[in-house]
Design a protein around this ligand. Structure first.
Ligand SMILES: Cc1cc2nc3c(=O)[nH]c(=O)nc-3n(C[C@H](O)[C@H](O)[C@H](O)COP(=O)(O)OP(=O)(O)OC[C@H]3O[C@@H](n4cnc5c(N)ncnc54)[C@H](O)[C@@H]3O)c2cc1C
Length: 465
């Protein structure tokens, strides 16, 4: 079936390239509605937000009009109760047909929503917020990355929380946060109230917009202009029900809610962005002709080869993401968050961690590389803003960098593959004894004596306790 773009056939890859057997009829209908919204609203706003460097709030409102802010929220809290396959499809569709910056805004929102859904039941503040997401178009974000630990977002060094009589006193510095200063609510992770040096002892909190200091309007970047990522500072006392879960629940929240959703929403968004590049480039090379040969650019075998490779790279990454999303759905009663209300210790999503990180790598590499290849196929026109490819090329680079960066991810997967999951050592807790002994062996007697003195000095306060 030909996909329509208004009253014209869609200018990009034909619908027969979509793995539609993975979607339900309802999901296909939702996609059709969303594509139309992209055509009329999201895409025109994407062009403007990119040019003028503004936050595409109108796109957020448009997503709320389709009740997409509560996409994965359980029906008992007023959401659509959509499964993971559906969430990946929505992210892909927004990025491909609409606006990559909005896709990233939506991704961070959905990740934050996942964190809330995981521990919603019985928490009045969370239940209330989830029930209002679409009616009031309340966009959220996940403020995790720490200024001192970079893309290792699970390592919040510049943070802390204390129990006071009035509630939780939370302090946090975040280096980058999508929708910084524009979001209506934030979730953020800190070390736990009783923190004693173990960085896996984390807690998650919910904040409303007037409780954080964002940095609206400060975002100047190569691409993703609408994303408006910026630093966030928090130093506030919030009511007791703003802790998401309980003190020390942060690592489980990462493993079960934040990471699986984040990696798959990356996958949806960046697969969509890569496809958007192919779509725009197709529209150009099938029209541009070289009269001397009576040939279009698309008729050159080398161009066909480029497109063939690009399409196959994209399909491999898409099928990977959808297959993983389906595996999560199969393991969670079709993407349910209610399973944790019956059994708070259930960890069915975390089992797929090693698969989830690969989805992030594959998709962001696809968009990073395919954007350059498509630029090359379009020649000089590709370089010019009016074709629309140049904006996508700039937008396509952020995913590679975003946490965990693809360097970190590749090393993580390699280490896991070679040495097993424990070797990953998320919070830098395992002592590498062979390396330590090797380094100590380099010291002469005086050096060893100084080291012993240093170690003893460090031990003294503990010994006195
Ligand atoms: C558009 C955009 C939106 C963002 N939105 C959010 C958000 O909403 N919330 C949020 O919490 N964060 C967000 N971030 C932050 C993002 O996820 C990363 O954490 C951040 O971009 C990492 O940047 P950094 O400068 O700290 O890099 P660093 O982590 O300092 O990395 C610098 C370089 O070192 C490499 N490197 C780092 N560690 C290793 C290692 N162990 N082995 C090998 N190489 C390594 C990296 O791959 C990279 O090449 C956003 C970033 C961008 C660009």
């Amino acid at each position: 079936m030909t996909r329509m773009w208004g009253d014209q056939p869609y200018f990009g890859l034909d619908a027969s390239f979509d793995p539609d057997w993975l979607l339900t009829e309802a999901q296909k209908e939702l996609r059709a509605e969303l594509i139309e919204l992209c055509r009329t609203t999201l895409r025109p706003n994407a062009v403007e937000a990119d040019k003028k460097n503004f936050y595409p709030r109108a796109n957020v409102d448009a997503l709320a009009s389709l009740r997409l802010l509560g996409l994965i929220v359980p029906k008992q809290f007023g959401g659509r109760g959509e499964n993971t396959v559906g969430a990946v499809m929505v992210a892909e569709t927004i990025a491909r047909y609409g606006c990559p910056s909005t896709a990233l805004i939506y991704m961070m929102h959905t990740v934050a929503v996942a964190g809330l859904c995981y521990r919603a039941k019985g928490n009045a503040a969370i239940e209330n917020l989830l029930s209002r997401l679409d009616d009031e178009a309340l966009i959220g974000t996940a403020s995790y990355t720490d200024p001192e630990t970079g893309g290792h977002f699970w390592y919040p060094k510049m943070s802390g929380a204390k129990r006071t009589e009035a509630g939780w006193h939370v302090q946090k510095k975040a280096a980058w946060t999508t929708s910084s200063g524009y979001a209506d609510w934030y979730i953020s992770q800190t070390t736990s109230p009783d923190f004693a040096g173990d960085y896996s002892d984390l807690s998650v909190f919910l904040f409303m917009k007037d409780e954080v200091n964002g940095a609206p309007g400060k975002w100047e970047a190569m691409g993703m202009h609408g994303n408006q990522s910026g630093p966030v500072e928090i130093d506030t006392v919030v009511p007791f029900d703003r802790i998401v879960g309980w003190p020390g629940d942060g690592a489980a929240s990462n493993d079960e809610a934040i990471d699986p959703l984040a990696m798959l929403m990356y996958a949806g968004s960046y697969n969509g962005l890569g496809l958007a590049c192919i779509d725009v480039a197709k529209s150009h090379v099938t029209r541009k002709a070289h009269v001397q040969y009576a040939r279009r650019v698309a008729d050159y075998p080398t161009i066909q080869d480029s497109f063939g490779r690009a399409v196959m790279e994209g399909q491999a990454s898409r099928l990977y993401a959808y297959a993983l999303a389906k595996a999560l759905d199969d393991a969670t009663e079709n993407g349910s968050w209610e399973i944790y209300y019956k059994d708070p210790k259930a960890m069915p999503r975390a089992k797929f961690a090693v698969w989830a990180f690969q989805a992030k790598f594959l998709s962001t590499r696809f968009s990073y590389e395919v954007s350059d290849k498509m630029l090359a196929t379009c020649g000089g026109r590709g370089y010019m803003a009016d074709l629309g490819l140049e904006r996508l090329v700039r937008d396509s680079k952020a995913g590679w960098i975003m946490g965990p960066s693809n360097e970190i991810t590749a090393q993580l997967i390699g280490k896991w593959a070679l040495l097993g999951p424990d070797a990953v050592d998320w919070w830098n807790q395992r002592v590498d004894e062979p390396v330590m002994m090797n380094e100590i062996g380099k010291l002469d007697a005086e050096g060893k004596r100084r080291l012993i003195e240093k170690l003893q000095a460090g031990l003294m306060p503990q010994a006195a306790e």
